[in-house]
Design a protein around this ligand. Structure first.
Ligand SMILES: NC(=O)c1ccc[n+]([C@@H]2O[C@H](COP(=O)([O-])OP(=O)(O)OC[C@H]3O[C@@H](n4cnc5c(N)ncnc54)[C@H](OP(=O)(O)O)[C@@H]3O)[C@@H](O)[C@H]2O)c1
Length: 231
């Protein structure tokens, strides 16, 4: 029996992104979803990982809409106007590594800290978008040092929080999700338009995975296909 109840209330963090806005559309059209709230850098309240205090402020501002049975965090970066993923050791630099850690690991971890308080303690799921390239076990190609390392750090933070929440909120599952390659802003410089799937197809697969999550799945790294990925 899945943890997600029907009806359920949902929150999408990073609702301005390609996968985030597709989740908004999917949930708005799901009759079991009685309310969906989206937040991003542009919303009110806003959440901006360059301003860590905004995370706690946004969670406090949304407390009146809680409890949520589903929270999905889709915030993440792979490249910026100033840098692209590193291909070799000589491309490593402190600014890029710190930026990726800040947006892909520290921001999502603080989001788990503050937003897990808004989860329904009877039955709820908090899913954070990770990436299979963050799997240490699965790393065969190398490259993309900062993105891989930041998603591996994110995975460890999710796993560790899942163990703690398992004690205090045993009916909550915390998971890392891999969406597959999706045609989005993030994947555009890497042939995302040619090799990526439409975001709505990816989120419809991810939602099926979310619906199948049971409490013993907390602390897992799950692919859009439902497969459990190695850390
Ligand atoms: N696309 C893929 O093929 C793929 C594959 C594996 C994993 N993923 C993961 O899936 C997630 C969503 O990716 P996407 O493809 O939808 O990318 P996207 O279209 O670029 O969306 C990224 C989201 O992150 C937000 N964001 C970036 N920097 C932020 C910051 N400092 N503070 C707050 N929000 C910030 C963006 O907000 P703005 O709109 O304000 O910029 C946007 O909402 C990411 O975690 C990514 O790592 C994607």
């Amino acid at each position: 029996m899945g943890l997600l109840p029907h009806p359920f209330r949902a929150l999408v963090i990073g609702s301005s992104g390609t996968i985030g806005s597709a989740f908004m559309e999917l949930l708005q059209n799901n009759p079991s979803c009685s309310m969906v709230v989206g937040i991003s850098r542009q919303s009110a309240p806003s959440i901006d990982y360059q301003i860590p205090e905004s995370i706690e402020l946004a969670a406090k501002a949304l407390a009146s809409k809680a409890p949520f049975q589903l929270i999905i965090n889709t915030i993440g970066v792979l490249h910026s106007a100033d840098w692209m993923p590193e291909k070799k050791l000589d491309d490593l630099n402190a600014d890029q590594l710190s930026e990726l850690m800040k947006i892909n690991a520290i921001g999502p971890a603080l989001t788990i800290r503050h937003f897990s308080k808004l989860l329904d303690s009877q039955h709820s799921i908090m899913a954070t978008l990770s990436a299979k390239v963050g799997s240490i076990e699965d790393n065969r190609l190398g490259g993309w040092y900062g993105y891989r390392a930041s998603k591996a750090a994110l995975n460890m933070l999710i796993k560790t929080a899942a163990i703690e929440l398992g004690r205090i909120k045993p009916n909550t599952a915390l998971v890392a999700l891999h969406p597959g390659t999706v045609n989005s802003r993030l994947s555009k410089p890497f042939k995302g338009e040619q090799i990526g799937r439409p975001a709505l197809d990816a989120v419809s697969d991810l939602f099926k995975v979310i619906e199948s999550i049971e409490k013993q799945d907390s602390g897992s790294f799950l692919s859009y296909s439902g497969e459990k990925l190695p850390w």
